[in-house]
Design a protein around this ligand. Structure first.
Ligand code: SF4
Length: 219
């Protein structure tokens, strides 16, 4: 007779078996004591928690400084990011680098850049709700390690994920707010830099928003 495990047990078992080493037993992202260890275990894992595992080339964990005052969250790795295994490494990333650098902030030093899901969705489609839910424990872990005082939500999908009631995006972009799940942190929605590549007329507004963020970071 097949014994069905309750869903919660399966969840815990999946999470704790990520990154299993050949001989060393269970290496778990959940029990990693430092951020570099968490990052290494997730990168090296063969996570199969959602359907995005089928098409990925890399598990894209982060770019930047885990101790930074700002954590930037986007929706998912792009095709280029999947190929290189690094978030924001393509033209959109270069635009983001340029915009932050203009306000005295380095994306490698003053930010940690992450995605809601760590694997590239096919055809650059937005991640599905179930994929985001399956991957969210990793983002939660990143937020738990991070001392960031500011959470920047990059693009409409990131805002919709964490504050779905804040619509339309155009009414909230550049507006600081707080969320109960992230006490002590200010949240700032910004345009996704990929949108700026398609619509450069948005760039002055994005520069203004980053300038306001830089001013708060400095205080
Ligand atoms: S997107 Fe997240 S949950 Fe899905 S396979 Fe990749 S790492 Fe695992």
């Amino acid at each position: 007779m097949t014994v069905k495990m309750p869903p919660q047990t399966l969840e815990r078992r999946d999470l704790f078996k990520l990154g299993v080493g050949a001989t060393a037993g269970v290496l778990s992202t959940a029990s990693a004591e430092t951020y570099p260890e968490f990052r290494r275990r997730l990168r090296e894992s063969d996570c199969q928690r959602c359907a995005l595992a089928a098409g990925r080339r890399h598990i894209v964990v982060d770019r930047g400084n885990p101790d930074a005052a700002i954590i930037g969250i986007s929706d998912a790795p792009s095709f280029v990011e999947d190929a290189q295994g690094i978030p924001f490494c393509g033209r959109a990333g270069q635009k983001l680098d340029e915009l932050f650098a203009a306000e005295g902030l380095s994306t490698d030093k003053h930010l940690l850049l992450v995605n809601v899901v760590k694997c590239h969705p096919p055809y650059n489609r937005p991640p599905h709700p179930d994929e985001m839910a399956r991957c969210e424990p990793f983002l939660e872990r990143q937020l738990a390690f991070s001392p960031a005082r500011f959470v920047v939500l990059l693009g409409i999908f990131a805002l919709r994920r964490f504050a779905p009631e804040r619509r339309p995006f155009s009414a909230h972009v550049g507006q600081f707010f707080r969320l109960p799940q992230w006490p002590g942190r200010e949240v700032l929605p910004l345009h996704h830099p990929a949108l700026l590549l398609r619509n450069p007329s948005l760039e002055p507004l994005m520069r203004k928003h980053i300038r306001e963020l830089a001013a708060r970071v400095a205080t």
